[in-house]
Structures are given as C-alpha cells and as structure tokens.
Design a protein around this ligand. Structure first.
Ligand code: GAP
Length: 571
C-alpha cells in the first residue's frame, strides 16, 4: 500500500498547529479550516513573497475593499447568472453532490461544461446511484456558489460575500486609472478572503468554502502587443500543456521557454510573463520544476469572462495536478459590464498619432426623458460611449445595452455630431493572475516534506520559526542566558521559539519536524566566553559564533548570503 503523504502531513499539521479543522468542538464543517500559530506564520510569509513580486517588483497598487459587496456588482459581473455548478442529491440519505464530479468519478468521462440535462441523461442511462448509500439520485439542478445575505436590518438589499477579490478593483477603475496617472499598463492587486459555497468539498484543504485569494488585475491597451519588462521572465523554461496536446490521445507537455511559447503563438506576452513569474515564485518556495506545469483551459471550462486562461498546476501525491494559480485574459468584459450597468465611464484614453474625424450620437434629453423615464440617464451614457467613422453608421436608430438588456433608441433621441479628435476612449483589457494562497500553502508543505525523516525542509526564509533557542541544560544560569538570546533575536526581527523542555536531542527533533532551519544552543562555554552554537537542520552540523555577531550571522544564513561553513568556527 502506498504511504499517504497527505495523511502524514495533515497529522503533523494538526498536532503542531499549522492547519486544523475549524469548529471542531461542534463537529466541524466541510470546507473550513483554521490556521494555527505555525500555519498563520507560514501563510503570512507566502503572502509577503507574493507582495514582494507583485507590489514591490512590479510596482502594482494594492487596495483593500469589503468582503461583502452589494448585489449590483455581481449582477453586472455576471456572477448572479453564471457562477453556478450542477448539483444533485440523494433522495434517501440527503447527501449533496457536484453532478459533473460524480459523473466523472463513476463513468471516467470528462463532464466539464455539460448541461444539467446532459448530466441527468448520463445518470439515468447508467443508473448512477448515491456513492454513500446507493439511493436514487434526484434531478440535476444549477446551484449558485455565492453566499448571500441581507445588508442592514430591513429586508430588500441583498449582499454577497465575494467569490473573487477582483470585482472591487474593476468598480474602482476610474480612480485607480487617475492614480496611475492615466498611463497603461498598470496593475492593481488585492489579497483577502473569498467565499464559495462549494456543493460538496471533499478534498480537504484543497477545496474550501472560505479561502484567501491574491489577485492582480493588469490593465492593458489591447492594441499594444508587447508587455513591458517581458524579458525579465522570458527565459524561464516551463512545461506548457496547451489545448491541442490535451485533446490528443498521446498528448504531452511541451517544455520550452516563455519566449519560445510566445514566438509560437501559444501564449500572449503578458500571459507568458505571469506564467514565468509564477513558476519562479513557486520555485523560491521549494516547489521544484518537475512538479509545476502550465495548462491551458479547454473552452468548455473557461469562466464566463475569459477569452483564454492558463492554470499553473502543482503535482500532489493524493490529488494529482492541482490548480493553484489561474492566469486569465478577461478582455474588456468586466469594465464594459460595469460601465453599462452603472452608467460610469470606465474607459481609458489613447492619444492618436494623427487627429481624425469621428461621428457620435449626442443624446437629446427632451426626447429620451419622456420615452425612457428612469432609464434615460443610463441610455444617454451608453449613447455617449458610441463613436463611428461615418455618419451613416449612426443613422436610423441605435441599439444599446443597459443593465444587460438591449434597448432600441430611435433617431430622434440623439443628434449626430461630427468631431475632430486627437485621441479616443477605449476599454482596457485585463490580464488577471489569480493565486489561491491556501492551495499554495498546502503545496509548500507537501513539497518541502521529507518523508524519510518526517520533517519539513522549508527554505530558511519561509520557515515559520526561523530560529530555535535552547539552553543545553535546564540550569538557571543557562536558562536565563538563553531567554536573553531569544529576546534579543526577536527584537532583531526573527521568528524565534525558546524551548527548554526534555533532552536537547528531543528539542532538536521537535524543531526539525516543523522545519526550523537553525537552532542556537547556550552551553557551558557560552557562560565563559559569550559564544553559542548554531545547528543546521539539514546537515546537523554546528558552528560556534559570538553572541554579539549572532543576529548578523543568522540574517546572512536565512537570506542565503552566507554559507553555513563560513558562519563560524566548526564544532
Ligand atoms: N478571479 C479569478 C478566479 O477567481 P479561480 O480560478 O476561480 O479564478 C483562482 O480562482 C484561484 O483561487 C485558484 O487557482 C485556486 O488556487 C483558488 N481557489 C478557487 N476556488 C477555491 C476553493 N474552493 N478553495 C481553495 N482555493 C480555491
């Protein structure tokens, strides 16, 4: 029987305080987990690494918006209509199932994108039964994954917990564009909780009902094919798994650089750039190249807003290839929808190389008002967004979209104006790298786990506890000295665990298990000459260092600027 790494990791995770089921004393609930003290530290480090890439190196703006949004946002974005999964339940035991997952598991077919009717036909044709009790399965229906609630004490205003962090960025585009000095491209990021009422989360920490997303929305001029800074990740070699290979019987992953993939027309420059960046970031977290691939979405699995999407997947023992990051081309979908629904101008301005003549419909409010009543302002705004190269295109009435509905506007409701313009308004396109922090955290645990020794071998910077500090013996002078060293190191900014219980061997073993890269021991010699030993987790070698230099030495080791052999005198 193969050893289940997931079980082993989750046992340590629970026992040592990385991850544990939430609400345990009341029986728990699927899809909810707590981070214990070590998990919270590890998660923060992953988030900080993500910020280092996106906020510091890319210079993207970070915002923080509410988790609970008013329904108008998700009506406009299409989530109310499209954010649905097919569902069935057992008419005997009452257990709920994702109908497409159930069909895939039972029949081994790809059910992604199948309609409820198609799924139902397969269930009936093959007499599929409840996997829990063998009962009859009920009709397949569509279930919206958003959690809804009422805002305020009075009924009437619906709110939704956000299923993605992205929307708050789109709806603030006007101000963000101004803060970006009206120059494209620019990026805006948000990190925070997202909520999805997953029908039947059965994959432990991989499929959660509340999780953390770190998303970047990168606004681009669609006419600009080159992405600035493309060279930075152009030579990263990735495993690409495009649609064509997935459809072949013997399809394979294609190993090539980002530059080659762009030259072959497999990915656009910005998508390639963020795939390369993501691979490099995951490598830094101890996830090796062979466990990372970039898989293109098949058309039937793409979200309603995406024209192309690539998942960065990480291979896990129990779950196989798991999506941890999605990099989507959202086109101008969201900005257009929010413009149409709100009546705001969520466009950018582009200077033209040569001035040109355009025609545009100018609303005549005296006609629009009586005809369209309260919809008139939105229709006027929609008309103002239209431009044409000839007068004829505007003659005889126009059709505009308002609140998702098409509205016919007769010619008397607008005048056709001729203008000479030096620039034009357009909807920027959006490339969105979207990271699931919780999934990355689990991948970090698994790929840094040493199954032989049963310990985590995190890169030193990522270890939740960077330094263990121990007195060799539980003697008051050594204890007092070691506590002083621990306090000094905390003040220097390290995450430190002081431990004086049990033998020194057991303390090293406890520290190794949670991946502490360096342990400092206060011994007899320390009391005489103010030197301590530092032990390396992976080699168990030790060096002796002056306490006065300890913080600098540890910083060099953790940042990777100092080799262990050069850190002090060998012991
Ligand atoms: N804004 C785009 C978006 O939300 P997504 O592919 O649905 O795209 C992005 O989600 C990432 O969020 C995924 O790659 C995954 O890492 C994470 N994620 C999505 N659903 C999740 C769930 N139920 N539990 C944990 N992580 C999830």
């Amino acid at each position: 029987m193969t050893e289940d790494i997931y079980e082993r990791i989750m046992e340590i995770a629970r026992r040592r305080g990385f991850i544990l089921p939430a609400f345990r004393i009341y029986g728990g609930a699927r899809g909810f987990y707590d981070y214990g003290p070590l998990g919270a530290l590890l998660k923060r480090k992953i988030e900080e690494k993500w910020r280092e890439y996106y906020v510091h190196k890319e210079g993207f703006m970070e915002i923080e918006a509410p988790n609970l949004l008013i329904s108008e946002v998700f009506e406009a974005s299409g989530h109310v209509e499209h954010f649905i999964d097919p569902m069935t339940h057992c008419s005997e035991c009452g257990e709920f199932f994702r109908a497409d997952h159930l069909v895939e598991e039972e029949l081994g077919v790809d059910a992604e994108g199948m309609s409820p009717e198609e799924l139902e036909d397969l269930i009936r044709e093959h007499d599929l039964r409840c996997p829990e009790c063998g009962g009859k399965l009920a009709e397949v229906t569509e279930f919206n994954l958003m959690f809804d609630t009422n805002i305020g004490p009075k009924e009437g205003r619906t709110g939704y917990l956000r299923p993605e962090t992205a929307q708050a960025i789109f709806i603030q585009f006007k101000d963000l564009y101004r803060w970006a000095r009206q120059k494209l491209p620019f990026g805006v990021v948000q990190i925070g909780r997202a909520y999805r009422n997953e029908i039947s989360p059965r994959q432990g920490v991989i499929r959660l009902r509340e999780f953390t997303q770190a998303e970047a929305e990168v606004f681009l001029d669609p006419e600009e094919k080159e992405y600035p800074g493309f060279e930075r990740y152009a030579d990263e070699v990735l495993k690409f798994y495009p649609i064509e290979e997935q459809r072949k019987e013997d399809g394979e992953m294609l190993e090539m650089s980002v530059r080659e993939a762009v030259e072959e027309g497999m990915v656009s420059q910005p998508i390639g750039y963020f795939l390369g960046l993501t691979k490099r970031m995951l490598n830094e977290m101890g996830i090796p190249d062979e466990a990372i691939r970039s898989r293109q979405h098949l058309p039937e699995e793409r979200a309603h807003y995406a024209s192309d999407c690539w998942d960065v997947e990480v291979k896990l023992e129990r779950f196989g290839w798991v999506e941890v990051v999605g990099i989507a081309d959202r086109t101008d979908y969201d900005l257009k929808k929010h413009s149409e629904h709100s009546g705001e101008n969520l466009r950018a301005f582009r200077e033209l190389e040569e001035p040109k003549v355009i025609y545009r419909p100018e609303p005549v409010m005296e006609e629009l008002g009586p005809k369209f009543m309260s919809d008139a302002p939105k229709i006027a705004e929609a008309l103002r967004r239209i431009t044409a190269e000839s007068e004829d295109e505007l003659k005889g009435g126009l059709t505009v979209e308002v609140d998702g509905e098409e509205v016919e506007v007769p010619q008397e409701c607008y005048e056709i104006i001729k203008e000479r313009v030096t620039g034009e308004w357009f909807y920027p396109h959006v490339i969105e790298p979207s990271y699931g922090i919780d999934r990355i955290l689990y991948c970090v645990l698994e790929h840094n786990f040493d199954p032989e020794e049963g310990v985590f071998r995190f890169p030193a910077w990522l270890a939740p506890i960077e330094v263990g500090v121990f007195p060799l013996l539980k003697r008051s002078d050594m204890v007092e000295y070691a506590r002083r060293v621990a306090r000094m190191l905390r003040e220097e900014g390290f995450t430190v665990e002081y431990d004086d219980s049990g033998s020194i061997g057991r303390r090293y073993a406890r520290a190794d298990e949670i991946g502490v890269p360096y342990c400092v021991t206060v011994d007899h010699e320390t009391l005489e000459d103010d030197t301590v030993t530092i032990r390396d987790r992976d080699t168990t070698e030790q060096v002796r260092v002056e306490v006065g230099k300890l913080a600098d030495v540890l910083r060099g080791l953790i940042d990777g600027n100092l080799e262990f052999e050069e850190a002090g005198d060998p012991v």
